[in-house]
Design a protein around this ligand. Structure first.
Ligand code: PSU
Ligand code: MN
Length: 302
């Protein structure tokens, strides 16, 4: 559990929920600072927190601010993550380096899941997971989200993985890493902007109670050394041909501009937002809100 009081701090709201043992949902911050444009990003971040509260759970948006890991952000801190120009993108490996330097960063799924686990928070809502990128057999670009989730017991609600990735390869890696996957009212693995990535998953659940029962069984059978993914598809997806066209132009532009490493995901998301004239942003927002609501319901079952 947490020792370094100065390096990690809880918001009053999250502190209160921890003391009372009530439901908490972890939320990541990269999606706020690097996944959506201003000023919409702050509005959405606030709404997502409100949705978690309305369902009866406590939101814990996680980020690094001026060297301190924050579990739960005050309204001012949330605005800082959304609007400040000095917010880095931190995966797990970056956290200590940035913290020691007193820097600020939004946390990816990998980093957020790590911090949430430290704080004993077991349920986490995000948009889309990172995964294996297209062309990874040459570039070796595979998100650290996968390895992080392979070593943490957290239940993560997402709309599958982004269709910008190699979805088939990502599903294979999830299997190898013993990360469990269930579809929420679907057996089609969602592709973020699309309800169906073209890949099937084996297991389907219908409600939060069923997920609670799986979580209990995981503990009893000691198969909770790695995470459980709840894949929750978007309701109103992007038109498939349009999606494929935007993706192809985005990948070509990323290649031509020499975009690599951690810049790839934000670059492609921004390309989608620009070219789809707000359609991808609308979908992104719908996804985060619906995932936050489902995560709250799951947290309340525990
Ligand atoms: N999904 C979104 N928007 C995002 C991300 C995911 O809808 O901005 C972020 C998440 O924080 C995820 C990260 O952990 O992208 C993965 O980045 P990379 O591919 O560089 O590991
Ligand atoms: Mn990468």
């Amino acid at each position: 559990m947490i020792k370094e009081a100065n390096r990690i701090s809880f918001s009053d709201e999250v502190d209160h929920a921890r003391r009372n043992g009530t439901a908490i949902v972890a939320l990541e911050s990269t999606i706020i600072s690097h996944g959506m444009p201003r000023p919409m990003n702050l509005e959405v971040a606030r709404e997502v927190e409100s949705i978690v509260r309305e369902r009866g759970a406590t939101p814990a948006t996680i980020a690094l601010l001026d060297g301190v890991v924050k579990i739960g952000l005050s309204p001012e801190e949330l605005a800082a993550i959304a609007n400040r120009d000095d917010i880095a993108k931190a995966s797990s490996r970056d956290l200590a380096i940035l913290s020691a330097a007193g820097r600020s960063a939004a946390t990816t799924v990998a980093a957020t899941a790590h911090i949430a686990s430290l704080a004993g928070i077991k349920i986490f809502a995000t948009g889309g997971l990172g995964g294996v990128h297209r062309g990874a057999s040459d570039s070796y670009d595979e998100s650290a989200d996968l390895t992080a989730l392979s070593g943490l017991d957290i239940t993560i609600v997402c709309a599958g993985v982004k269709s910008i990735l190699d979805v088939g390869a990502t599903l294979e890696r999830l299997e190898t890493l013993a990360i469990a996957v269930v579809g929420f009212r679907t057996k089609k693995f969602p592709g973020f902007y699309l309800t169906d990535s073209g890949f099937l998953i084996e297991h389907q659940v219908e409600n939060a109670q069923e997920i609670g029962a799986i979580r209990a069984a995981r503990r009893e059978l000691s198969v909770n050394n790695s995470s459980l993914i709840v894949a929750n598809p978007v309701i109103k997806e992007m038109e498939k041909n349009r999606h494929d066209e935007i993706l192809a132009s985005g990948l070509a532009r990323a290649k031509a501009s020499g975009i690599t490493g951690k810049a790839v995901t934000p670059f492609l998301l921004e390309h989608f937002h620009k070219v789809s004239e707000g359609e991808s942003l609308r979908i992104n927002i719908e996804i985060i809100k619906s995932n936050a609501a489902l995560a709250a319901d799951i947290a309340l079952v525990d």
